[in-house]
Ligand binder design. Structure first.
Ligand code: UD1
Length: 429
């Protein structure tokens, strides 16, 4: 199993090109199931999750043709993928695939809308909490679907097609909003989604669906309206820049000190993290082409931050922020409000010398003068990268085990950080 070895203490200086967003690419690829014509996606990041989703979609009969540069070819520009779901050959999403990536459960929306029936495995347990699917099931029922749970599968039927309806989510869910929106595009009549997620990835999906012929208004607000259409057609769409990758490298730069330009970052998607970063003491400059983060010598101020749905501070940056403030001059409080049990990084950060006390959903982080390299491992994607951030500032060598978590969501992590002066290498095998 690959490991990442970091020798801490180097400042980051240079430019990092921001990749296409994993959390936008996945639903966009799934949207290809809605049409028998070709959906062409540009700027798709080369990630393990994308590769796995290609396999999952292939199982349903989607041809995925990669047109852009492949991994290892020059530059970090993403792939162009042509997805053609000309014929759906299988409407079942099996356990062995869905259990490996929760987002693959989302095929339930387009398969049901287009084919009138589907069987999708329940996603199963997850390292960051129970993550149930009740909102998805209730939303599809609101669109007229009949749903049963049978032997670990959600069996959904709509023999005469879905009908538009009113969906009111009890809590904000990104995935359930994606699925409701996709399903409603092919339902008869109007659907209104209330308490919808407002994440930029929802807007990106809505933009792509609109290019495919869907009639959607209000994406990015709590109320989304969709007029169902008979069919969708092919389209071309570029995946939005990854706001979590942007925030991660911004925090890494604040951690090590230095001066990094995050090229291609979309500023309006990361305002909350950048505000926090300014409060911590980094210099943040935004332009149309990206974000520049600088910190030279000044100490880090502690913060009190609560995760929240967009436009709040994203849960997907909580671990990285915790790594950063572990070196602050004072005590920070981080409250996790989205997922229970999303503090798996705490004990690993402690191995590097961080002083963190957990009380329910609140982590109290007392800043320490120095971190010291150690061997660590992580249980999820964002937790792993928080250990990388800590390792960049720790004295000596940090070895991060279970790198496959990082490969799920960070394209060319070692090359991007190494290009800015970090001493970081992958140990294979
Ligand atoms: C997506 C993101 C993930 C991010 C999360 C929150 C992708 C591929 N993943 O995950 O990176 O951390 O949004 O911003 O885009 N819930 C229920 N019942 C449901 C569905 C959700 O109770 O049917 C709960 C979850 O357990 C969680 C909360 O709702 O507590 C929010 O989860 P949700 O927004 O659905 O997260 P994902 O879409 O899975």
């Amino acid at each position: 199993m690959d490991r990442i070895c970091i020798t801490g203490g180097q400042q980051l200086n240079g430019t990092i090109a921001i990749s296409g967003a994993k959390n936008a690419a996945l639903p966009l690829m799934i949207a290809s199931l809605l049409t028998d014509e070709t959906l062409t996606l540009d700027n798709v990041p080369r990630l393990a999750d994308v590769a796995l989703l290609k396999r999952i979609l292939g199982n349903h009969g989607v041809d995925c043709l990669v047109k852009g540069k492949r991994a290892g070819q020059n530059g970090v520009a993403g792939e162009t993928i042509e997805l053609s779901a000309n014929e759906i050959v299988d409407t079942t999403a099996p356990y062995d695939l869905v259990s490996r990536m929760r987002a693959s459960f989302w095929v339930i929306g387009p398969l049901l809308a287009r084919m009138g029936a589907t069987r999708v495995s329940l996603p199963g347990g997850c390292a960051i909490g129970t993550r149930p699917v009740d909102f998805f099931i209730d939303a599809l029922k609101d669109l007229g679907a009949e749903i049963d749970i049978d032997a670990g599968y959600v069996v959904a039927r709509a023999p005469r097609g879905l009908t538009g309806g009113r969906i009111t989510f009890p809590h904000i869910s990104v995935g359930a909003t994606h699925v409701a929106m996709m399903a409603a595009t092919l339902a008869r009549g109007e659907t209104v989604i209330e308490n919808a997620a407002r994440e930029p990835e929802i807007v990106d999906l809505a933009t792509c669906l609109t290019r495919m012929g869907a009639e959607i208004t209000g994406a990015g607000t709590p109320t989304i309206r969709i007029q169902g259409v008979d069919r969708l057609h092919g389209a071309r769409h570029a995946v939005m820049p990854d706001r979590i990758e942007t925030g991660t490298y911004a925090f890494a730069t604040a951690m090590t000190g230095g001066d990094v330009f995050l090229e291609g970052a979309q500023v309006d998607t990361i305002e909350a993290p950048l505000t926090v970063l300014r409060g911590i003491g980094a210099d943040v400059e935004t332009t149309n082409s990206g974000v520049r983060v600088r910190r030279n010598g000044a100490g880090l101020a502690p913060v009190d931050v609560e995760t929240a749905p967009f436009p709040g501070f994203p849960t997907d940056l909580q671990a990285q922020l915790m790594a950063l403030v572990s070196r602050a001059d004072g005590t920070s409080h981080l409250r996790e409000t989205i997922f229970e049990n999303r503090f798996m990084h705490v004990q690993e950060l402690a191995r590097l010398g961080a002083d963190i006390h957990l009380d329910g959903q609140v982590a109290t982080v007392r800043g320490v003068d120095r971190l010291k390299g150690a061997e660590v491992m992580a249980t999820d994607l964002r937790a792993s990268v928080s250990l990388v951030i800590a390792g960049l500032a720790a004295e000596g060598e940090t070895v991060v085990n279970r790198v496959y978590h990082l490969d799920r969501g960070f394209e060319q992590l070692e090359a991007k950080l190494g290009g800015c002066g970090a001493e970081i290498e992958r140990l294979t095998g």
